[in-house]
Write a protein that binds this ligand. Structure first.
Ligand SMILES: O=C(O)CCC(=O)C(=O)O
Length: 273
C-alpha cells in the first residue's frame, strides 16, 4: 500500500499581516493554492452546482432569492460541498488556510464548516452587506474567521469581497432577510449606508484568499462580467462561549425558507428508513 504524505503549508504570514488583521478585521493573501489545484477544484465545483448536489437535503439553495424549484438561483450556495465530493478533503488550499488561521487566532483554532457561493456570469446577484455572526445561534459568542478563495480572478466587476475596516469591533447590528422576504435565507444589514462609507475592495487572483472575522461587515457585488464567479469558503474558529443573556436575532426567527422545509422533509424521510 502506498503511504500518503501529508501536505505541509507553503505560506506563512508576517507579524505585520497579523497586526493588520487584528486592527482591521480582514486580510488579503495573494496565494494559498496553485494553478493546478484551482483547475482541479473548478471542475469539481461546476459538477456540484450543475448536478444540484445537496438540494434535496436543503444544502444547496438560493441564498439571494425565494429558492423555488425550477427557477434559476440568483445566488446559488452549497453548504458543506465536501459531503458531495470527498476529494475536496485533500488540498494545499485547505492546509494553508488552516495554518494561516492558526497564526491569526491561535493554535487551538479548528475547522468550522465550509460552503461555496456561485455567481453565474451576467446574472449572479450582490451578496448584501452583512456580518456572518448575524446568521448564527444567539446564545454563544464566537471568535472565528472565514477564508474566501476565488477560483478565477475576483474583481469589482464580478463580485470580489469588500470589507469595512474596524467593523469587527462593533456589536452585531440589526439585519433583515434580503428584500424583506422571509422565504430568502440570505441576510442584509439594515441601513448599510450608515456604516459602509470607508469600505475597502479586495480583488484577488485565482487561489488568493481574504480572511475576515465573524463580526466584520462585508459585501460582494453582482457578477456583471462574462465569466462565472466561483468562491470556496472555509471557516475556522475557537470554541464558542455560552452567553449569559442570548442575543435577540429576531431576523432569523422570522424566516420560513424552502431550504428549511426541504431539510426537514429529508430528515423525516431518512428517519423513516
Ligand atoms: O461570496 C460571496 O459573494 C460572499 C461571501 C460571504 O459573504 C462570506 O464568505 O462570508
Amino acid at each position: 500500500m502506498p503511504t500518503e504524505i501529508a501536505l505541509e503549508p507553503t505560506v506563512r504570514i508576517t507579524q505585520e499581516q497579523i497586526d493588520f488583521f487584528h486592527a482591521n478585521g480582514f486580510l488579503s493573501v495573494p496565494a494559498i493554492s496553485t494553478p493546478e489545484e484551482i483547475e482541479r477544484l473548478k471542475a469539481i465545483y461546476d459538477r456540484l452546482f450543475e448536478s444540484k448536489a445537496g438540494r434535496e437535503e436543503g444544502n444547496q439553495f438560493d441564498l439571494g432569492g425565494s429558492d423555488e424549484d425550477g427557477k434559476q438561483a440568483v445566488l446559488p450556495q452549497i453548504l458543506n460541498p465536501k459531503k458531495y465530493a470527498p476529494e475536496l478533503e485533500e488540498g494545499l488550499f485547505r492546509v494553508n488556510a488552516m495554518a494561516i488561521s492558526k497564526q491569526l487566532l491561535g493554535e487551538e483554532a479548528t475547522a468550522k464548516g465550509e460552503h461555496a457561493i456561485f455567481k453565474p456570469a451576467r446574472f449572479g446577484a450582490a451578496t448584501p452587506w452583512h456580518q456572518d455572526n448575524a446568521y448564527w445561534g444567539p446564545d454563544h459568542d464566537h471568535c472565528s474567521l472565514s477564508v474566501w478563495m476565488p477560483l478565477q480572478p475576483a474583481t469589482l466587476e464580478n463580485g470580489c469581497m469588500q470589507f469595512v475596516p474596524g467593523s469587527h469591533t462593533w456589536e452585531i447590528l440589526p439585519h433583515h432577510c434580503i428584500n424583506n422576504d422571509p422565504r430568502v435565507h440570505g441576510l442584509e444589514l439594515d441601513h448599510p449606508e450608515k456604516y459602509t462609507a470607508g469600505a475597502v475592495a479586495c480583488p484577488l487572483p485565482p487561489g488568493g484568499a481574504t480572511f475576515h472575522l465573524n463580526k466584520t461587515l462585508h459585501y460582494a457585488g453582482p457578477n456583471r462580467s462574462d465569466i462565472p464567479r466561483r468562491a470556496y469558503i472555509l471557516g475556522f474558529g475557537l470554541a464558542a462561549k455560552k452567553r449569559e443573556t442570548p442575543h435577540d436575532f429576531y431576523w432569523n426567527r422570522q424566516k420560513q425558507t424552502p431550504r428549511e422545509e426541504r431539510a426537514q422533509a429529508f430528515q423525516k424521510k431518512i428517519s423513516a428508513c
